[in-house]
Design a protein around this ligand. Structure first.
Ligand code: CA
Length: 225
C-alpha cells in the first residue's frame, strides 16, 4: 500500500516532503551502468543531493519538476546499503540508511535518457477526417444496453477549436487518429521527444467486467489498417 501511495504521489504531484522508497521500482531500479535512485521532494527544497555508499559520495541531479514537486536522481555503483545526503534550505540532513531489494526491477536503459511525451490519440491530431465517424460507432453508449434504454447522452464529434463540453468524458470526440500522430512526428522530434506514451487504444478486460473499450478504440483500429 505504501508503494502504491508513493507511486500515486509521483504521478499526481500530491503533497510530499523529501521521501524515498527503495521498494518502489520507480525509485530504485537496475540499469547496465548501475542502480538508479530517485528522491521525491518539494519544489526548490533541495539545493544539493548525493548518494552515499561505502564511504563514497555520488551526486544526484534534478531530473523532473512538476506541479511544485521535484524528482532527483543519481546512480549507485553497487547493490548494497546506501544513504541520501541533502542540503536544503533548512540545512544538511541524511535519509536512510536504505537497503535495496535483492532483485531490483531492471529498467530499460534507453527509457532513462529520452524525453517522453504522452498522447491521447483522439485529442492530438486529426490526420484523416474521413474516419472521424468511426468514433461514434465505437462509443461505449452503443455497447451499454442500460444507457440505450434510458436514452442517455449520445456521442458527438467536436472541432479542434471547440472547448471540452459536459460530455468531454467520454462521449465528445475530436477525430484524432494514428495518421495525425504520424503527421506530427517531425514536430515531436523537434521538441526532443524520443519516447511516445499513447493512452490505451486496445480493449481491456477487468475482473468481473465486460471488455472496456477506451475512447475511439475501434475507430483507431480501423483507421490504422
Ligand atoms: Ca480522424
Amino acid at each position: 500500500m505504501k508503494r502504491f501511495h508513493l507511486a500515486l504521489a509521483l504521478f499526481l504531484g500530491l503533497a510530499l516532503a523529501q521521501t524515498h522508497d527503495p521498494l518502489d521500482p520507480a525509485q530504485f531500479s537496475a540499469l547496465p551502468e548501475g542502480y538508479s535512485v530517485r528522491l521525491l521532494a518539494g519544489a526548490e527544497e533541495v539545493r544539493e543531493a548525493a548518494l552515499l555508499q561505502g564511504g563514497r559520495a555520488f551526486p544526484m541531479a534534478r531530473q523532473l519538476a512538476f506541479s511544485g514537486k521535484e524528482v532527483w536522481r543519481g546512480l549507485l555503483p553497487e547493490l548494497g546499503p546506501y544513504e541520501i545526503r541533502l542540503k536544503t534550505k533548512a540545512g544538511e540532513k541524511r535519509l536512510g540508511p536504505y537497503r535495496p531489494p535483492a532483485h531490483p526491477f531492471r529498467a530499460l536503459a534507453w527509457v532513462g535518457v529520452r524525453g517522453g511525451y504522452q498522447v491521447f490519440p483522439d485529442r492530438f491530431q486529426n490526420g484523416d477526417p474521413g474516419n472521424d465517424a468511426l468514433a461514434l460507432s465505437d462509443d461505449e453508449y452503443n455497447f451499454n444496453q442500460v444507457w440505450q434504454e434510458k436514452g442517455g447522452p449520445r456521442p458527438y464529434l467536436a472541432r479542434p477549436q471547440d472547448p471540452p463540453g459536459p460530455m468531454h468524458c467520454c462521449h465528445q470526440y475530436y477525430g484524432g487518429d494514428l495518421a495525425g500522430l504520424e503527421e506530427r512526428l517531425p514536430y515531436l522530434k523537434e521538441l526532443g521527444v524520443g519516447l511516445l506514451y499513447l493512452n490505451p487504444f486496445s480493449g481491456q478486460v477487468y475482473e468481473g467486467q465486460a471488455e472496456v473499450k477506451p475512447l475511439g478504440f475501434l475507430y483507431l483500429k480501423k483507421a490504422s489498417r
